[in-house]
Ligand binder design. Structure first.
Ligand code: SF4
Length: 756
């Protein structure tokens, strides 16, 4: 049996595997540390008396974040004793980040939600009564029936998580549709306006073809820290594709207000004023078009709107944009020339483009920049790998819901291309155009993750008749719930993940490694049991989690059973480049891109039809020293939110090993700004905006450009769930919003800091 066959089989001897991978020393060290935690006190004594049991190694996929890396879990006597990266999984090739290393602490955490809990005090008091699943599901079904009878089905909204918990893409998606509501409060918080802009421009969400590129423009992303080299693509390692490309001779340029870990590896770092990326993209287009550096053949054959774009970019000469962005005009020129002349080149798609009130048009401007150089879907460019969003030919498009709600979601009149999200909170707060009276939260912890947790708490308390939360730990959001239900962790649940890659689309199985702890149930089982009580089951084409997964996997032509025999499978052939020439991007199989015109739409017909500017004109962020100079006198610093790879969103702040790495959140501030305010490294500081205050310690560091503060986002205090003084979102709200993408700002807000 070779290493690949063994690792994708059901189990193998641990020692044989470790010999094969040469990882014995490291893995033993990790196992010792896991066992040190797992076997403390009585557990250690019991283990000492027990007969030695055979250890098995179960291949599964991590659920610590969106990446869903391959993981080998060592199990003995029904307990996880250690984890390691699966060297044969194309996502990570054996790499694991700290979150995964802490998997056993997550699974065996003493503060896991163990049983259904019914609120026994006022909302927010944290008083609970343990109840049975039957009582919990009856209670929930009755409450949801009451809300439907009194206000109609659209008074229910869902808040589901990012695919961190992969099942959140599919679990509790059928239920609201069958109940009759299209309203979803979560989701519009990072990638949606980027996806909207890229798909409207060229019909797919770009992945990076690092293997063949000669220039990587990393604009607002920090993949060497975040472990996300692509959107969802598998590259045989979490950080390696970028490091390998650099070693191979590719140039790395980072554009970011922060000197990030990735910038530290780059040949050039270009700091920029937060929120002005769209202006920089237009100035680069100005240079590229006016100097004739674009790909004339590609532009002529495959784009529409070039004349209009050319006219637009005349308004953005480098000298003018230098004043907007703080990037010197000569740097803009040389960057534009280098990007246009170097073939192939790619621009990495990053969350930071989208976090501002001008996010959607920024993404459109960068999409145009990707297109005019002719790099789209070319080797080494921004490509559509098999299995990418936008690849029409493969994989798992048969997602729930299978029934469609005829009514338009909230916000559909104002945000015609991106309803829902903050528009649901608008209706919940105001009762207009109709009230939201019930909310089911699946893992997403909106009080910490979405904007203005304090206001959300008030609105939940005053306006919701019913709030249910399904999660694995208590969070600030569970504190406002009427009922809290315990989900399983990723080590206790069946699930799947698919990844795009150059070698072909991949489907991988998440298999339960141990039985569900306590009384926890997988989310899809909770959904089915609730659906049964509501009389909805006839609207479900599946009757179990496994059947649901088989329904979703149908287009891939593999089943859960197939994946049990071989948990990682390539389900397509390898990448075919320039698919637009071959009729491989459009549903009608004609040559071209999957846009209304079949061409790359530099002037977007989708935006025009929806009543938006079809050209990616630059507009200042809603709050900035330029757009709100009076406010900037009082709040002269630009606040940005930082995400850390130690955690994901608001998850795992209660996990000791991870808190050893990052014990508390920090506000990072440039030494110049710190000195002006008498702040020293480690001082407790208050950060304030016109909306609220938080308190964190300062890290004084020249990695942050002057005039900017970088604040750790998505923090909360597991020690005190009602204390939001570590929660960045007290500084922002859902008012300042991208008028197209309906995304409330997460970065570029005006603030001031002072010593506490
Ligand atoms: S990056 Fe880390 S947490 Fe995320 S899936 Fe991979 S190993 Fe797990």
């Amino acid at each position: 049996m070779n290493a690949r066959e063994s690792s994708v089989g059901w189990s193998l001897s641990r020692r044989t595997f470790l010999k094969a991978t040469g990882a014995l020393g490291a893995a033993l060290a990790l196992r010792e540390s896991c066992e040190g935690v797992l076997r403390s006190g009585p557990a250690r004594a019991a283990a000492a008396q027990a007969q030695p049991e055979k250890e098995t190694v179960v291949p599964t996929i991590c659920g610590g974040c969106h990446q869903n890396c391959g993981m080998l879990v060592h199990v003995r006597g029904g307990r996880v004793v250690s984890v390691e990266g699966n060297p044969d999984h194309p996502m990570n090739s054996g790499d694991l980040c700290p979150k995964a290393q802490a998997a056993s602490q997550i699974l065996y955490a003493p503060d896991r939600l163990k049983y259904p809990l019914l609120r026994a005090g006022k909302r927010g008091e944290g008083k609970w009564k343990r109840i049975s699943w039957d009582e919990a599901l009856d209670f929930m079904a009755n409450k949801l029936k009451e809300v439907r009878d009194k206000y109609g089905p659209m008074a229910l909204a869902m808040s589901t998580a990012a695919p961190v918990m992969q099942c959140s893409r599919t679990t509790f998606v059928q239920f609201p549709a069958v109940y009759g509501t299209p309203n979803r409060m979560s989701g519009n918080n990072c990638y949606v306006n980027r996806m909207l802009a890229l798909v409207a421009t060229f019909g797919y969400r770009a992945e990076d073809d690092y293997d063949q590129t000669r220039l990587i423009l990393l604009w607002g992303g920090n993949p060497l820290a975040s472990m996300r080299a692509g959107s969802y693509a598998a590259y045989d390692g979490l950080q390696r594709p970028i490091l390998d490309a650099i070693e191979r001779g590719a140039k790395l340029i980072v554009i970011d207000p922060i000197y990030t870990d990735t910038a530290a590896k780059a040949q050039q770092w270009i700091p920029i004023r937060p929120g002005t990326d769209g202006a920089l993209a237009l100035a680069m287009l100005h240079v590229i078009i006016n100097e004739g550096l674009y790909d004339r053949g590609f532009v002529q054959d495959w784009t529409v709107g070039f004349t209009e774009l050319t006219e637009l970019v005349q308004d953005y000469p480098p000298e003018k944009v230098a004043r907007i962005t703080s990037v010197p005009a000569e740097t803009i020129r040389s960057l534009a020339r280098e990007y246009a002349i170097t073939k192939p080149a790619l621009i990495h798609e990053a969350n930071a483009w989208a976090f501002h009130t001008n996010g959607t048009q920024t993404c459109r401007a960068i999409a145009c920049l990707m297109a005019v150089t002719g790099n789209l879907d070319a080797p080494g460019g921004p490509v559509c790998f098999p299995g990418s969003a936008g690849d029409r030919l493969t994989v798992v498009e048969d997602l729930p819901p299978t029934v469609q709600v005829a009514a338009k979601p909230l916000g559909a009149d104002k945000y015609r291309l991106m309803p829902n999200g903050p528009s649901v909170f608008d209706a919940m707060s105001s009762g207009k155009p109709y009230p939201i009276k019930a909310l089911i939260v699946f893992h997403s912890d909106p009080i910490v993750v979405l904007q203005d947790g304090n206001r959300q708490r008030d609105v939940f308390a005053k306006n919701l008749d019913f709030l249910a939360v399904i999660d694995i730990f208590h969070t600030p959001t569970t504190q406002m719930a009427d009922i809290v239900l315990p989900d399983t962790t990723f080590l206790e649940r069946l699930d799947y993940r698919h990844h795009p890659s150059a070698r072909g689309a991949i489907v991988a199985l998440r298999q339960p490694v141990v039985k569900p702890m306590y009384e926890s149930l997988p989310g899809y089982d909770i959904e089915l049991k609730l659906a049964a009580r509501m009389g909805f089951l006839d609207k479900y084409p599946w009757k179990s989690g496994e059947e649901m997964l088989n329904h979703i996997l149908k287009p891939s032509k593999v089943t859960v059973q197939d994946l049990r025999k071989k948990p990682v499978q390539f389900i397509t052939g390898p990448m075919v480049y320039k698919k637009y020439e071959k009729g491989l991007l459009r549903p009608d199989k004609k040559p071209g891109f999957a846009t209304p015109s079949g061409k790359v739409e530099l002037s977007s017909s989708v935006f025009q039809k929806a009543g938006y500017d079809p050209l990616p004109r630059y507009i200042e962020p809603a709050e900035s020293p330029v757009s709100t100079p009076e406010l900037a006198k009082r709040y002269p610093l630009i606040g940005m939110s930082r995400r850390s790879a130690t955690f994901v969103h608001s998850k795992y702040r209660n996990i000791p090993w991870l808190r050893e790495i990052e014990s508390e959140p920090f506000i990072r501030v440039n030494p110049e700004d710190a000195a002006k305010r008498g702040i020293a490294d480690g001082n407790l500081v208050i950060a304030e905006t016109k909306r609220g205050q938080i308190r964190m310690r300062a890290k004084v560091t020249s990695t942050v450009t002057p005039g900017v503060v970088l604040i750790d986002g998505c923090w909360w205090k597991p020690e005190n769930l009602s204390d939001l003084s570590w929660t960045l979102n007290a500084l922002i709200d859902m008012e300042a919003r991208d008028p197209i993408g309906n995304l409330a700002t997460l970065s570029s807000f005006l603030c001031e800091i002072k010593k506490a």
